[in-house]
Design a binder for this molecule. Structure first.
Ligand SMILES: C[S@@+](CC[C@H](N)C(=O)[O-])C[C@H]1O[C@@H](n2cnc3c(N)ncnc32)[C@H](O)[C@@H]1O
Length: 334
């Protein structure tokens, strides 16, 4: 999934750094916590290496994706796949509010794709309620729906706005694709504010990948949140935002970020703490260093990171710029 701040392309750097600091070369007997989990790429990678995984994110769509990636293990029952993919579209919440044909004046998906999404989403809920599928299959398919519908969204990249004309990738007819089932141990997934959760858990490695600027995930991925919850929220404004006050992250504000970060580090019952943060974030390098150094032995690793910009469908003008990606490391005095 194309997600702001995804660590997909930085996994090698992260794995090398963590191995270097901890000396662990497999997960046997160790717990790894990925508590700003997003797409789940980091937790999934460590699950495959054999760690016990704790995963968390404040967004419900991320929780759903991680419920599948982290808690489901092979072999999963995929027998409803053909049935779901062959469903006729229906006029549900997504079509009525996010597709232009319904008169919503919003253009997030084509009418066909919005209706198809509604049909699959509704069927999953019905099947779960009737007991035709269990929770693990429900999350398998709901996570796959969220992950695959994102590829058909008529947006520049996030859901802060939709495009006026339907772009090429959004014109294709939606097909559900299944996410992989990750082998490893069955982990545990939460959907909480990290500063609350941290007081209830413990482990060996804590990986932190907070937002580093003022862009709130709840506002940028509100359509995925609604597909995940399917709770018919009251929408407002041109872009159809759902209410998100309770999901606003204190890591996205210059005024609050230093305090919540220190609160997190001080309450963490983990020997090794790794923080991904680039050099353009709300917290300065010095602030991070000062806070982390108070709690043990601090060091950091750097890698140049090529960032790609623009997603203009017809003339994909891709410009790139280099930014530095840091991994701040703390061996905590416990
Ligand atoms: C930079 S992204 C993480 C990306 C992830 N590592 C990946 O590779 O996909 C930050 C994530 O932190 C979540 N988040 C922000 N504030 C949070 C909080 N207070 N508690 C828990 N999760 C939070 C966001 O919803 C978002 O998914």
């Amino acid at each position: 999934m194309n997600y702001i701040g995804s660590k997909y392309s930085l996994m090698e750097f992260l794995k090398n750094t963590i191995e270097d600091v901890t000396g662990y070369n497999n997960g046997e007997g160790h717990t790894f916590a990925d508590l700003f989990a997003g797409t789940g790429i980091v937790g999934s990678t460590y699950k495959e290496i054999g760690y016990d995984i704790i995963s968390n994110d404040i967004q419900y769509y991320s929780y759903v994706i991680n419920k599948h990636l982290i808690e489901n293990i092979p072999v999963m029952d995929a027998s409803i796949f053909d049935y779901l993919n062959s469903l006729e579209g229906i006029e549900g919440f997504i079509y009525n509010n996010y597709c232009a044909g319904s008169g919503s004046e919003r253009n997030y998906f084509t009418d066909i794709n919005g209706k198809k999404c509604d049909a699959i989403r509704t069927a999953l809920e019905v099947m779960l309620k009737k007991g035709d599928i269990d929770q693990s299959v429900y999350f398998y398919f709901l996570a796959s729906l969220i992950n695959s519908i994102d590829k058909y969204a008529n947006t520049a990249s996030v859901y802060g706005a939709f495009l006026k004309h339907i772009k090429k990738t959004a014109q294709k007819d939606f097909k559900l694709e299944l996410l992989p089932v990750i082998s490893g141990k069955k982990g545990k997934v939460y959907n909480e504010d990290i500063n609350k959760l941290i007081k209830k858990i413990s482990g060996d490695i804590l990986y932190l990948d907070p937002p580093y600027n003022t862009r709130q995930y709840c506002a940028n991925y509100h359509v995925l949140e609604t597909i995940a919850r399917y709770d018919s929220p009251v929408l407002r404004g041109k872009t159809g935002l759902r209410e998100y006050a309770s999901q606003k992250s204190l890591f996205c504000s210059k005024r609050t970020v230093n305090d919540v970060f220190e609160d997190l580090i001080s309450n963490a019952d983990f020997k090794y703490i790794f923080l991904s943060y680039n050099n353009e974030g709300l917290m300065s390098m010095n602030t991070i260093k000062n806070i982390m150094s108070k709690y043990g032995k601090y060091t950091f690793y750097i890698q140049n990171y090529r960032r790609f910009k623009a997603d203009s469908d017809k003339n994909r003008q891709i410009s790139s710029s280099t930014t530095k990606e840091y991994i701040h490391c703390l061996i905590k005095d416990l």
